[in-house]
Design a protein around this ligand. Structure first.
Ligand SMILES: Cc1cc2nc3c(=O)[nH]c(=O)nc-3n(C[C@H](O)[C@H](O)[C@H](O)COP(=O)(O)OP(=O)(O)OC[C@H]3O[C@@H](n4cnc5c(N)ncnc54)[C@H](O)[C@@H]3O)c2cc1C
Length: 448
């Protein structure tokens, strides 16, 4: 009989009112110390890690799930918006998806196979020499004299520290930055509500079904409900942004963007749970209704996503805040790191509230994103990339698309590697030099 193993419990005491526990100080083991640590392996995190490693930085990427891709994979989000405008790693990834037969043109955009995406992202990170650490959640930030020194992670191995010269927060929610004390904004100004969440799902048996518009599909679903006398309420009105049946590269397969859950806080696990359960019910019921729409008779629900799609949470306050005017004017910046031409896509946070989403549907001009949006105020040795960069609720509704997140990620990774190699703060990386360095690597800016 082998000896039983035993872990030493953390000592703690209950507060007098029983509403909190006081944890005893403890020594936390350091699992790794690297040049560049990337928190989160979604589009932004993959871009950041690949760029930093390509520049020779010892790079570690920590991810809570057992896959890369973030909402591309765990969230089953398609299409790949802003795919063709940014270049460098965005183009490198697309070339690999094309070569693997996992890419197709759909309407005005492009879709990909999420399973192939998982594999290609792992191959790319391995080839670049990025160290991956899956199944670990960043739970706290280690700050010393205003400098971020590392993060605390929790995993099956317990609580450990990861230390780094520079850390890039690509968690989507700005978890590392927020815990380090960087100020952030949350939701729209009027009521603090964020855009609704959507659980994406995939269906099979749809052939080459090409919906003309979201409004048209809404009408067809409404007809089915009236005809069949079904007790089901579509979770949105007749709007331009949902529902969508998005054809994927695999024959007859499509991603469906339809479910909506409102007035929930995606940073609260109870709200996330309620939203996920409700959205999964919506997905199963909607699939039944869709099977009565002419042309979709053979539709079958294949899978719902692992992760409910979170459109918006924290937007960290950086050295520049991108706003709607920048988009309307199509502004360029000397320290530009990425471009975006995607419209202001606001799914109404609270239908019926009487607050009109500002900027939704207005015509914007292609614009640039300055490096300063990636540099947080107040805390040093930290960069952010992806949907949590510094911008207003309205501007965020445009640059949150995946091609742009990958582009801000690659810029942050390059800047992080330079800062680590030169022993300087990311705030002291020259934005114009960074822009030129990105251009040399194939990133295209406005007017080029
Ligand atoms: C329903 C929906 C539909 C969308 N449709 C489209 C679309 O059609 N096309 C498009 O281009 N964009 C679309 N978007 C927007 C886009 O998917 C996201 O804005 C984009 O994925 C954000 O990229 P990111 O890398 O910043 O974050 P994410 O994709 O969210 O990736 C963050 C990663 O960090 C990990 N992570 C988070 N917290 C931690 C932590 N504390 N510790 C460790 N790991 C952590 C996550 O597991 C994840 O892998 C959609 C979004 C939603 C919600």
């Amino acid at each position: 009989m082998p000896n039983p193993l035993c872990l030493k419990p953390t000592t703690m005491t209950l507060s007098r009112n029983g509403l909190a526990v006081h944890e005893a100080p403890r020594n936390t083991p350091v699992r790794a110390k690297v040049d560049v640590l990337v928190a989160g392996g979604g589009p932004a995190g993959v871009g950041a890690a690949l760029a930093a490693a390509a520049e020779g930085a010892d790079t570690l990427l920590v991810e809570r799930y057992g896959m890369l891709g973030g909402l591309w994979t765990a969230g089953l989000v398609n299409p790949f918006f802003e795919a063709m405008s940014n270049g460098w790693l965005v183009t490198a990834l697309i070339d690999r998806l094309k070569a693997a037969g996992a890419w197709r043109t759909w309407k005005f955009s492009h879709t990909f196979d999420p399973e192939v995406m998982k594999r290609e992202l792992e191959l790319m990170t391995q080839e670049a020499g990025v160290t991956l650490l899956y199944h670990a959640l960043c739970v706290d930030s280690i700050v010393e004299d205003g400098c971020l020194r590392g993060v605390l992670i929790e995993s099956k191995a317990g609580r450990e520290a990861l230390l780094a010269d520079i850390i890039v927060d690509c968690t989507g929610d700005g978890d590392v930055a927020a815990r380090a004390g960087v100020p952030f904004e949350f939701g729209r100004l009027e009521d603090g509500l964020v855009q609704p969440m959507t659980l994406m799902f995939e269906v099979e048996g749809v052939g080459e079904y090409l919906q003309t518009s979201s409004g048209d599909l809404y009408d067809r679903m409404a007809e089915v409900l009236a005809r069949q006398g079904l007790d089901y309420e579509l979770p949105f009105g007749r709007v331009g942004y949902t529902p969508s049946i998005i054809l994927l590269p695999a024959p007859g397969r499509a991603a469906v963007q339809l479910t909506h859950v409102y007035r929930l806080n995606p940073l609260d696990p109870a709200d996330l749970t309620r939203g996920t359960v409700d959205a999964r019910r919506q997905a199963h019921e909607a699939a039944e209704i869709l099977r009565h729409v002419p042309g979709l008779e053979s539709l079958r629900l294949a899978q719902t996503a692992t992760q409910i799609g979170v459109r918006e949470t924290r937007r960290i306050v950086g050295r520049y805040q991108l706003d709607l005017d920048d988009l309307l004017e199509g502004r360029s910046f000397d320290d530009a790191v990425a471009t975006c031409a995607f419209g202001v896509d606001i799914h109404d946070p609270a239908p019926g509230s009487g607050i009109e989403p500002r900027g939704a549907g207005v015509r914007i001009k292609p614009y640039e994103i300055p490096y300063r949006c990636l540099v947080p105020r107040d805390v040093d040795r930290l960069l952010v990339a992806g949907r949590c960069i510094s911008g207003t609720h309205e501007a965020h509704a445009s640059y949150r698309v995946t091609g742009t997140c990958l582009a801000t990620g690659q810029a942050a990774g390059l800047a992080a590697a330079w800062a680590a190699a030169r022993g300087i703060s990311p705030a002291n990386v020259d934005g114009a030099e960074l822009r030129a360095g990105l251009a040399q690597r194939g990133v295209r800016f406005l007017g080029e």
